[in-house]
Design a protein around this ligand. Structure first.
Ligand code: GDP
Ligand code: IMO
Ligand code: MG
Length: 423
């Protein structure tokens, strides 16, 4: 058995939560491998919308195990909040939700450090979600971090205090930064008590044993490839490896045990936070996309920046992830346009560029587009792709040809049911 991977190919919010939920019946285990509560994964079914931040998107299906891997960073306050929101749905999370002992904890002071760092950057801020992600991963790689397994240690409080003291020292350097820690700390320890009720595991042993037993596993990515710490639009990225390789380090899956790699992309493109976005639209079309696509962050509520699909960027993401199949999301949003555009290459300093360039922060990039006729028909009630307008099928075929990977799933609305297969 191998682990399938599902991940975002753009700057996040591609619709990963929805497709993981749709695919879950085919799997025994859904496992998050990186990121933390900076993620907001939306699932919609039976008229209810759910947003998950840390908990894997398989949680609404009974008989499926959900694993939070060692590569994830967990904020006990947000985690408790997520569990509280699940209460009305009678999910036996004590049985079906496992957490790696090696996952790192986000402390209240990590959030303060995130806010202080962003404040000090002024105009150059990353546009972080302010969930403490960067500082927590810094402590992980700096070998100062606190892990879930430490919760069970008799020295947990001492370890916590030692790390907080370090953080308070650092915070002193941000002279204008004011903060109040007490209340945050009380909520944090309440969250820790909630976490104690769950099963802590060694995710690497759990996953490998499950593979040997023939269990089917889907790894759920957070963020997107262009936010990857190594291959994204650095420094405007998150602090983890969001790509397929992150599955190996974030769960303990050997590289030769990776199976299908499902890459998800929007039929257009969005980004939330700062950083370069070559095809961003600053005009009325961008405004229309945001409105029609309800492009507001699931975690922060911030308006998402919108633009046309960028094939240079997508080809790069497909390459780095080894994508074997694609899911195209939100095609229905483009029904408002007479004409759809796809960026095939960039012009930089008068030169044609087809490979995603190193430095897109300091250069003027002109995206060059190909126009594709729009379909101007509602797609949201479609039950089969064959019933959709020819022009829509042409767009799907055009992208498949350009990207050279089959588009197996076409999503035409936020609901579970609004999902068409392209066998
Ligand atoms: P994720 O972070 O990748 O899980 O994506 P988000 O949940 O942050 O953002 C995707 C948004 O698009 C959510 O509000 C989804 O409900 C919605 N969505 C997903 N697929 C579709 C689709 O095909 N059409 C439309 N109109 N909305 C969709
Ligand atoms: P999902 O899983 C979209 C962005 C932030 C910011 C940058 C760094 O829902 O697709 P961080 O808080 O990680 O330090 O922020 O990354 N970002 C996301 N954008 N979707 C996400 O997750 C994101 N997680 C982080 O907006 O630009
Ligand atoms: Mg999201």
């Amino acid at each position: 058995m191998k682990v399938d991977v599902l991940l975002g190919l753009q700057w996040g919010d591609e619709g990963k939560g929805k497709i993981v939920d749709v695919l879950t019946p085919k799997y025994d285990i859904i496992a998050r491998f990186q990121g933390g509560p900076n993620a907001g994964h939306t699932l919609e079914f039976e008229g209810i919308k759910h947003v998950l931040h840390t908990i894997p998107s398989g949680i609404f299906h009974s008989n499926v195990m959900n694993l939070v891997g060692n590569g994830v960073v967990i904020d006990p306050i947000i985690f408790k909040g997520e569990l509280d929101q699940l209460k009305p749905f009678n999910i036996d999370h004590e049985k079906r939700l496992l957490i790696s002992k090696k996952a790192h904890l986000i402390l209240p002071t990590h959030k303060l450090l995130d806010a202080a760092s962003e404040m000090s950057k002024g105009k150059n801020k990353i546009g972080s979600t302010l969930k403490g992600i960067g500082p927590t991963y810094m402590d992980k790689t700096g070998r100062n971090g606190l892990r879930v397994g430490d919760i069970l240690s008799p020295n947990f409080e001492k370890k916590y205090k030692t790390l907080v003291a370090k953080h308070i020292n650092i915070l002193k350097h941000y002279e204008d930064f004011k903060y109040e820690l007490k209340e945050l700390e009380a909520n944090w320890f309440e969250g820790i008590e909630t976490m104690k009720k769950l099963q802590f595991v060694d995710s690497e042993n759990y996953i490998n044993k499950a593979l040997n037993e023939g269990k089917k596993i889907l790894a759920e990515g957070a963020q997107g490839t262009m936010l990857d710490i190594d291959f994204g639009t650095y420094p405007f990225v998150t602090s983890s490896n969001t790509i397929t390789a992150g599955t190996c380090t974030g769960l303990g899956v050997p590289p030769n045990k990776i199976g299908n790699i499902i890459g998800i992309f929007k039929a257009y493109c969005t980004r939330v936070g700062s950083g370069p976005f070559p095809t961003e639209l600053h005009d009325n079309d961008g405004e229309l996309m945001r409105k029609e696509g309800h492009e507001f962050g699931a975690t922060t509520g911030r308006p998402r920046r919108c633009g046309w699909i960028d094939l240079v960027q997508l080809k790069y993401a497909i390459m780095i992830n080894g994508v074997t199949e694609l899911s195209m999301m939100k095609g229905d949003v483009l029904s408002i346009f007479d004409e759809i555009k796809a960026c095939t290459h960039y012009m930089i300093n008068g030169e044609k560029v087809t490979d995603f360039p190193y430095d897109i922060n300091d250069h003027d990039i002109t995206p060059i587009y190909e126009s594709i006729p729009g379909w101007k028909e509602d797609l949201t009630k479609l039950e089969k792709l064959e019933d959709s307008p020819d022009t829509f099928v042409s767009y799907v075929n055009y992208l498949e040809k350009q990207l050279n990977v089959p588009i197996r799933v076409v999503s035409v609305g936020p609901d579970r049911k609004q999902t068409l297969s392209n066998a």
